[in-house]
Design a protein around this ligand. Structure first.
Ligand code: BES
Ligand code: ZN
Ligand code: ZN
Length: 459
């Protein structure tokens, strides 16, 4: 990585390389690749780096790193040392390494031919080994969550999701309890149990707790992640190709797990809880049907008007449990919840909604820009409440159509009562059929780096 204005001072380059680079620098290209005297990739900082918004610059650097990775794949180079001569910012070098680590992920579990694993070294005066280790820690968790999202239902059912939560959690200082089914029944989590009625596997409810001695918050931040390991839609079965990618419907749970694990790796002084209600949404003779009325953890009755609006039912139970048990500083619900969110923003951003959490909005938006996992806030006006009015129960699980991401968020928020509540509908961003720079193909675990960046600000 070089700064254009300092190019001439870099003595380790061949004269030929310097003049080539200078030419290219005039073109305004972000990076160039020089095939002589041996495989080398030379990155130039963008010309307008100093005037560009920080988020945009950092993203350009990540994308550049992933393009170099593509070239390396083509040339079968799997080991590389990044030499930083930028004398620029630690953040810039971090972004470059992030682009490499994230772009290196490939899902090859079920392939005969395994992809080669990359390994990266960094020589830098701007970013020390400890700082690099932190980036590696975060990317490791992002890639682990991507892996869980990529796993098909045949390899990841509700029980297996709980087992992944338990794996080496103790070493990280996280306490995990996968509730026995009887405990879910006894607690009366009618939402989770209702969706689970249509399955041949038992639902699980996983509680992860990270409570460092020096935590700055007494009340925890509770992350609630939708753990639908497969969404067939239930009796309102998904038609056409709408079912194709529904192994990814546990992405919310994977995000929550990734965030709490990364926070623990970074030893953030924050008390964090992650709740992962999990089941598949299939159908059998016992599946929920429309018109059914279920009773939730907090006693609220819910009329089912669409069995494909299942995620909110599990989230609601977990949010109600969090509210009663922890009285959270902030509840964050994360879910691939609605097609409406995906239609509104495509794969470019998270549909966010909040109630009573206005004080965090600016910080969240800034974190989104910085790590390029952006959010867009939708309103939670009280007029939307009536969409959930039911003639037979306290509320119904589904609005009447428009503003689907908002009515879904309204439903979940109902169970948070007065607790500060943030809802991230990630339906559009968790899975890409086509690779986009360092994201995909496949799972993205979009949102982990944004929430972590935000959490770091609270410390
Ligand atoms: N898991 C889906 C939402 C989804 C759609 C996730 C596309 C990822 C990509 C959710 O359970 C669902 O089916 N939502 C319905 C709700 C509707 C019945 C009110 C939807 O959005 O169509
Ligand atoms: Zn559904
Ligand atoms: Zn779903």
């Amino acid at each position: 990585m070089f700064r254009r204005d300092l190019l001439a001072k870099v003595s380790l380059l061949e004269q030929e390389e310097i003049s080539y680079l200078k030419d290219r620098a005039e073109d305004g290209k972000d990076f160039c690749y020089i095939p002589v005297p041996e495989a080398r990739f030379i990155v130039l900082w963008p010309k307008d780096a100093d005037t560009m918004p920080q988020g945009e610059l950092l993203e350009k650097i990540r994308v550049t790193a992933s393009r170099i990775l593509d070239k390396m794949r083509d040339e079968k180079i799997f080991k590389t040392t990044v030499v930083d001569h930028s004398w620029q910012s630690a953040e810039g070098v971090s972004a470059f390494m992030e682009g490499l680590y994230l772009g290196a992920y490939r899902f090859d579990t079920f392939k005969k031919e395994k992809k080669e694993k990359f390994s990266f070294n960094l020589e830098s005066d701007t970013l020390d080994a400890k700082a690099l280790g932190r980036i590696e820690d975060v990317c490791k968790e992002v890639n682990r969550s991507k892996y869980l999202i990529d796993l098909p239902f045949s390899a990841l059912n509700a029980k297996q999701l709980g087992e992944w939560a338990e794996k080496d959690a103790e070493d990280l200082g996280i306490k995990v309890e996968v509730w026995p089914y009887a405990k879910i029944e006894k607690a009366g989590m009618g939402g989770l149990l209702g969706v689970n009625q249509g399955s041949v596997d038992k639902a699980t409810f996983t509680e992860m707790r990270y409570k460092p001695a020096k935590a700055v918050n007494k009340k925890p931040i509770v992350l609630v992640g939708k753990g639908i390991v497969f969404d067939a839609g239930g009796m309102n079965i998904k038609t056409g190709s709408y079912m194709d990618d529904m192994k990814t419907d546990m992405a919310g749970a994977a995000l929550a797990m990734g965030i709490i694990r990364a926070a623990a790796r970074l030893r953030l002084p924050l008390y964090i809880v992650a709740l992962l209600p999990a089941t598949d949404n299939r159908l059998n003779g016992n599946a929920l049907v429309c018109g059914d009325v279920i009773t939730m953890y907090d006693g609220t009755t819910v009329e089912i008007t669409n069995t494909d609006a299942e995620g909110r039912l599990l989230l609601a139970d977990a949010v109600a449990y969090a509210t009663a048990e922890y009285s959270p500083m902030l509840t964050v619900s994360m879910a691939t919840l609605t097609g409406a969110a995906s239609r509104a923003l495509g794969s470019q951003g998270i549909a966010a909604m909040q109630q009573g959490a206005d004080q965090y909005v600016d910080a969240l938006l800034q974190s989104g820009e910085r790590v390029h996992e952006r959010l867009c806030f939708f309103p939670m006006w009280k007029e939307y409440d009536k969409e959930l009015d039911s003639d037979v129960a306290d509320i119904k699980n589904c609005g009447n159509g428009p503003a689907g991401m908002i009515t879904a968020a309204k439903f979940v928020q109902y169970f948070a009562k007065e607790t500060p509540f943030l809802h991230l509908d990630v339906a559009g961003v968790e899975f890409l059929h086509k690779k986009d720079a360092y994201r995909g193909p496949g799972a993205t675990a979009f949102g982990i780096r944004m929430v972590l960046d935000f959490l770091q600000k609270l410390c």
